[in-house]
Design a protein around this ligand. Structure first.
Ligand SMILES: Cc1cc2nc3c(=O)[nH]c(=O)nc-3n(C[C@H](O)[C@H](O)[C@H](O)COP(=O)(O)OP(=O)(O)OC[C@H]3O[C@@H](n4cnc5c(N)ncnc54)[C@H](O)[C@@H]3O)c2cc1C
Length: 419
């Protein structure tokens, strides 16, 4: 079994392949020098259990988060989980669009809905912008509601990757780093020994990969190459309905007393820190507890699909700073200390992950901005497909059809909680 990609999806898949059948021989190749160096390392690594409108996403997120919590609490493996909560700030109009599902999730105990007046006692920020022409120009909306997700927070993505790496090694899975896959090898199922095989009419199999270090043969393949997956698949005519877009994170260490007070906002969770906060504009702020920094980011629509993953300092000053300062005037003058960028693999059809099998090759991709928080479940589904199992067992026994995330005949609920 050859797995291309040592990001969260390749690792979770390899781990589950070995968990189901420890006798399977598994090799994971990656072009970088270690596990989790692609989007996984660049991630904000936030997680939100159940805080989705699609029941499929609710299931994928809840079971994955439970698995990570189990690994940290029961297995005693420090994954750097901080249950700081998610605070999704909405205008009245935005709230009304999702009010039904938000009320349902509140009844289930997954979230708490705050009204503006309650929020004002907890969080020092600007809530109203009526008559502010600049705010209108920037698309800054009033804040009327806050949805506080309870089983939410962030994880240390490096530690999660190392967790899977260690488990895979324990089960004698192997890694080969600094190996770039150039091509997937396509051969006829039945070789006839004629020139120019496979001919168009022959049934094919994927028999290995061509890399910068030579050929590697394999009986079965898993492609989990993150933002580069469609490049590998396009050349063999397979559509994964997902394309990459750059996403960037900018960090800032609070300098003034007011900025430090914002970082250490109390009253939402026991962690005593600002929750992972999403503004009505789509901008988000992660207050990093261990590092004592703010992380700022924004997922813009009008960005070209591309594998360019270089951070751009001007992006912060043009597109993030003016908006966050409107909401949080105490961040005035926040100049960034650090920045990085990675790729979201976006499935614009329904914003759910994409996992399918063609011949002897399984593909796991399309995780957009939630590959960490759904990683365990995606890995279990991909592993079930490897073994041709019709159902995948998610953590704690919940079952999901292995073809649920398939491209062909796909009919999934469109996700409305896209942050
Ligand atoms: C800025 C940012 C913020 C994010 N925030 C969150 C968040 O808060 N919560 C969340 O759940 N998710 C978040 N995500 C998304 C999450 O990081 C991804 O969904 C997840 O990491 C995808 O994992 P992957 O294994 O598919 O891809 P990757 O981690 O990119 O792994 C793919 C691997 O394949 C390797 N590879 C690619 N091509 C080749 C090749 N030709 N040969 C050999 N190796 C190859 C790469 O080197 C890489 O290691 C964020 C992403 C970004 C960029």
């Amino acid at each position: 079994m050859l797995v291309v990609g040592a990001g969260i999806l390749g690792l979770a898949t390899a781990y589950n392949i070995l968990r189901i059948n420890p006798k399977t021989s598994v090799l994971i190749v990656d072009k970088t020098g270690d596990v989790g160096q692609g989007a996984t390392a660049k991630s904000a690594a936030g997680f939100r259990a159940e805080l989705f409108t699609s029941p499929t996403n609710q299931m994928l997120s809840n079971t994955s988060v439970n698995f990570y919590l189990h690994a940290q609490k029961e297995e005693g493996y420090d994954l750097g989980i901080e249950l700081v909560g998610y605070l999704i700030l909405r205008s009245r109009d935005q709230f009304e669009e999702i009010a039904d599902i938000a009320n349902l999730l509140e009844k289930k105990g997954a979230l708490k809905i705050y009204r503006k007046e309650e929020l004002k006692n907890l969080l020092k920020m600007n809530y109203e912008f009526d008559g502010d022409e600049e705010a209108e120009l920037l698309g800054v909306k009033n804040i009327d509601y806050g949805l506080f997700g309870i089983k939410c927070g962030y994880i240390d993505a490096d530690k999660l990757a190392y967790y899977y790496r260690d488990k895979i090694k324990e089960m004698e899975g192997n890694f080969q780093f600094n190996t770039k896959v150039e091509k997937i090898i396509v051969e006829p199922e039945v070789k006839l020994g004629i020139p120019r095989e496979p001919r168009a009419w022959q049934k094919v199999r994927f028999t290995g990969i061509e890399t910068n270090k030579g050929f590697i043969k394999a009986k079965n393949l898993v492609i989990a190459a993150g933002g580069w997956t469609n490049q590998l698949l396009d050349s063999i005519g397979i559509d994964c309905i997902s394309k990459p877009k750059k996403r960037q994170i900018f960090t800032f260490r609070p300098k003034t007393e007011e900025q430090k007070a914002l970082l250490n906002t109390k009253g939402f969770s026991e962690e005593g820190i600002l929750p992972f906060t999403f503004l009505p504009t789509g901008h988000y702020i992660r207050a990093d507890k261990r590092d004592g920094t703010f992380w700022f980011s924004y997922s813009d629509e009008m960005r070209p699909f591309s594998t360019d993953d270089k951070p751009e300092e001007k992006y912060y000053y043009d597109n993030i700073y003016p908006i966050i300062v409107k909401y949080f005037p105490q961040l005035e003058g926040a100049r960034i200390d650090n920045m990085w960028a990675g790729l979201y693999m976006i499935n614009s059809v329904d914003h759910n992950p994409v996992v399918f099998k063609r011949s002897n090759m399984v593909v796991a991709t399309g995780a957009s901005g939630s590959g960490i928080l759904k990683g365990d479940a995606i890995g279990r589904i991909a592993a079930a497909l490897v073994y041709n199992e019709p159902y995948a067992n998610l953590f704690e026994g919940e079952e999901i059809s292995s073809s649920k995330l398939e491209v062909i005949g796909r009919s999934l609920e469109v996700e409305k909680f896209v942050f």
